[in-house]
Design a protein around this ligand. Structure first.
Ligand SMILES: *Cc1c(COP(=O)(O)O)cnc(C)c1O
Length: 375
């Protein structure tokens, strides 16, 4: 089968100005720990309406430093979602805390807030929520619950920079939030992440931990605590600065792509477009459709790929990953909504510069595939 076109799942949008900015940093002697990371941090904090930002070498590192910096560890339980990228739970395992999963809302795919209180025990230390696919969670409601039970609240906004719920920006509420900048994210630094917070203590701790546990004022080889090398280079940071300047433009472009997909999907049977809570301002990360249970989803993905259409299942439930099964004894059926959604969703090609012809081609192949892949 020869594909008529190839449409990748994702493609970063790096322009000439960004390339020039990276080259200009390369012409200076400061390739790490310099002015660009500071500027990038300020801009990230501003997007979330926060006092502080600490940029690091990945979103996972940002989440890890939040968990470690807030003192979550052995014996602590953290309520979180099984429908996420594995990193949002792995960072708890790094610190020997236990993820306690709560199933998701079948429409938004975010953690079902109604079920959180039932999962709270005397060992619960925190709630870690995820803005899945760029759809903000209701942090106002979560903050109330966290306050009532005296719990820490962490927002994994790695898929949702610039999004909001009821006007509250992603990463704005709770003890800290994280954004990520891998090349498939809305904006990229190549690799990178940032934590945002209003806490001066967490800010100082995270800056120390990312730099081998050095104290702010101490000598280069004085280490106050066990730390890591989670530093972000100036080369990556300057790319982030240039990208985040374009955040509004990029998010508007992505909204427009999502709108076009949703419009075209109206007359494709057995495919449901993403459903967005009317109180949410989306920061579109991926465009994930749900196919009817009468369609063989896996066969459909093969069909699409053979025709050059990049696609992927999003996500694979965390509790069913082999080492989670092994560590905690999870089995199929434990979180049925997550499992149902995970079995029936497909991420379609989605990036800033996708053309109308490419969108049309993807939808045409999807329409044919749905018919060809009935169970
Ligand atoms: C991308 C992402 C992260 C962080 O990923 P990195 O590759 O470490 O930057 C964390 N959580 C979620 C939900 C993500 O989508």
């Amino acid at each position: 089968m020869i594909a008529r076109k190839t449409v990748p799942l994702a493609r970063p949008d790096v322009g000439e100005e960004e390339i020039d900015a990276v080259v200009s940093v390369l012409r200076t002697p400061i390739l790490s720990i310099g002015p660009k990371i500071e500027e990038f941090e300020e801009r990230c904090a501003a997007v979330a309406g926060r006092r502080y930002g600490v940029a690091v070498n990945s979103g996972t590192s940002a989440l890890h430093l939040i968990v470690r910096g807030l003192g979550i560890g052995q014996g602590d339980e953290v309520i979180t979602t099984p429908f996420s990228f594995v990193a949002s739970s792995n960072v708890l395992l790094y610190e020997r805390a236990k993820p306690v999963f709560v199933d998701i809302d079948p429409l938004t795919y975010n953690i079902d807030i109604d079920w959180i209180e039932a999962a709270i025990t005397s060992r619960t230390k925190a709630i870690l929520v995820v803005d899945v696919f760029g759809q903000a969670v209701n942090m106002l409601r979560l903050a109330e619950i966290a306050k009532r039970y005296d719990l820490l609240l962490i927002e994994d906004s790695c898929e949702a920079i610039g999004g909001a719920y009821d006007g509250v920006p992603c990463g704005h509420l709770g003890d800290a939030g994280a954004f990520a900048f891998y090349p498939n994210k809305q904006i990229t630094t190549g690799e990178g992440g940032v934590l945002v917070t209003d806490s001066a203590d967490l800010y100082r701790m995270a800056r120390s931990l990312r730099n081998q546990g050095r104290g702010e004022a101490s000598e280069w080889l004085a280490h106050d605590r066990l730390g890591y090398n989670y530093r972000l280079s100036e080369i990556n940071a300057v790319l982030g600065v240039e990208q985040i300047k374009r955040l509004d433009e990029i998010l508007a472009k992505r909204s427009e792509v999502a709108r076009k997909y949703t419009e075209r999907l109206q007359d494709i049977p057995l495919v449901t477009p993403p459903r967005i809570d009317p109180r949410v301002r989306m920061s579109w990360f991926v465009y994930v459709v749900r196919v009817d249970e009468t369609v063989d989803r896996d066969k459909l993905m093969v069909f699409l790929r053979e025709r050059g259409v990049g696609c992927r299942p999003y996500f694979s439930p965390i509790h069913l990953q082999p080492f989670y099964r092994q560590m905690f004894g999870y089995r199929e059926g434990d979180f049925p909504i997550t499992e149902d959604v995970a079995k029936s969703t497909i991420a379609l090609p989605f990036f800033n510069r996708i053309t109308d012809e490419e969108i049309d081609y993807v939808c045409e192949m999807l329409r044919e595939g749905i018919v060809a892949c009935r169970k």
